[in-house]
Design a protein around this ligand. Structure first.
Ligand SMILES: Nc1nc2c(ncn2[C@@H]2O[C@H](COP(=O)(O)OP(=O)(O)OP(=O)(O)O)[C@@H](O)[C@H]2O)c(=O)[nH]1
Ligand SMILES: [Mg+2]
Length: 310
């Protein structure tokens, strides 16, 4: 799938936001073994992971051996190219297509990763595209969760279907779907309570939500988005594994990339699972949710630290 080339302003903003996560390639000097080893350490500290780091370093060493990689500029360019190659297969934007409506998106993930915030940002994005949106508050665990969703809803004048605290979240899914159908909504976004990937009964609860939606429309949920806090590093990989086994994750959202030095987890996740990365969160505002683009992300991850900012 082809991504349009990101606008310069977008690329500059991404670089600025990924500043803390960026890898440092000091300009000038030769590319020799100590320099590659320093880079290896940086990649591991950034949570790129052992396998992806080894793969990246092997490719760089091949280039050095064949005389194709001599200075820092070439080193940066080669690394951007190789990271882009790992990321490109998962840079598949979310497309609603022209199937039955509502297009149902279920947001899942562990506590506090940014599910509700991402849902609010997505609601705004879809609405600005002229789509009719409805929100389902299936996080019935905390009263504050419903309130948080209603704040997003009111801000954007988007209806929210909710239930009392402690209600069955699957029943909320059912009611929200019926409401979305009756109102002719294009997109139904369903928020769920944070849960640890190790909590079996809570994972079963998610499976029930899926089943209830599936009963209404065999294609629903059309997208199951797993939201991950990029700052959790390697633990994010375990979360992907367990959520994917339980509820078949169709897309990932990596949040809080603006506040972490561990942005390399995006590369580790891409290489290990091949699950599409739909969006990245680089701040708390609605415009801080960006569609994932492999080349822009790779360039931002490497360029931002050495003053080559746009
Ligand atoms: N800096 C930054 N903060 C974010 C981002 N996404 C979410 N947050 C913040 O993370 C905190 C938690 O976000 P929520 O959306 O409430 O997380 P949640 O997954 O719904 O949490 P639970 O429902 O309690 O499991 C909030 O303070 C958000 O503003 C991001 O991309 N960058
Ligand atoms: Mg929430």
């Amino acid at each position: 799938m082809n991504n349009p080339a990101p606008a310069p302003a977008f690329a500059a903003r991404l670089r600025e936001r990924l500043r803390r996560a960026a890898l440092r390639i000091t300009p000038g000097g030769r590319v020799d073994e100590p320099r590659l080893q320093e880079l290896e350490t940086q990649l591991l500290l950034a949570d790129v992971g052992v396998d992806a780091t080894r793969e990246l370093l092997n490719r760089l060493r091949d280039r050095v051996a064949s005389g194709r990689l001599k200075d820092s500029g070439e080193l940066r360019a080669a690394l951007v190219e190789d990271m882009t190659a790992i990321l490109a297969p998962v840079a598949c934007p979310l497309r609603l297509g022209d199937g039955p409506r509502p297009f149902v998106i279920l947001l899942v993930g562990v506590n506090g990763v940014g599910k509700t915030t991402t849902l609010g940002k997505l609601a705004q994005r879809f609405q600005s595209q002229g789509l009719k949106v409805l929100l389902g508050a299936a996080d019935t665990f905390r009263a504050a969760a419903v309130e948080q969703l209603k704040v997003w809803g009111e801000r954007q004048r988007i209806p929210v279907i909710a239930a009392a605290t402690g209600a069955d979240p699957a029943a909320v899914c059912h009611n929200a779907w019926l409401a979305a159908k009756a109102r002719g909504s294009d997109v139904l976004l369903v928020d769920t309570a944070g849960r640890l990937h190790t909590q079996g009964t809570l994972m079963e609860e998610l499976q029930k939500m899926r089943r209830v939606l599936h009963k209404q429309d065999a294609g629903a949920p059309h997208e199951c988005l797993l939201v991950l806090d990029a700052g959790t590093g390697q633990n994010a990989l375990r979360q992907i594994e367990q959520f994917h086994t339980a509820v078949h994750v169709s897309g990932l959202v990596l949040t809080k990339l603006d506040g972490t030095a561990r942005g390399g987890i995006v590369i580790a996740a891409a290489r290990r699972f091949g699950i599409p990365i739909r969006f990245i969160g680089v701040g708390e505002q609605a415009e801080d949710l960006q569609e994932f683009a492999a080349d822009a992300f790779a360039a931002a991850l490497i360029d931002a630290a050495d003053g080559v900012s746009g």
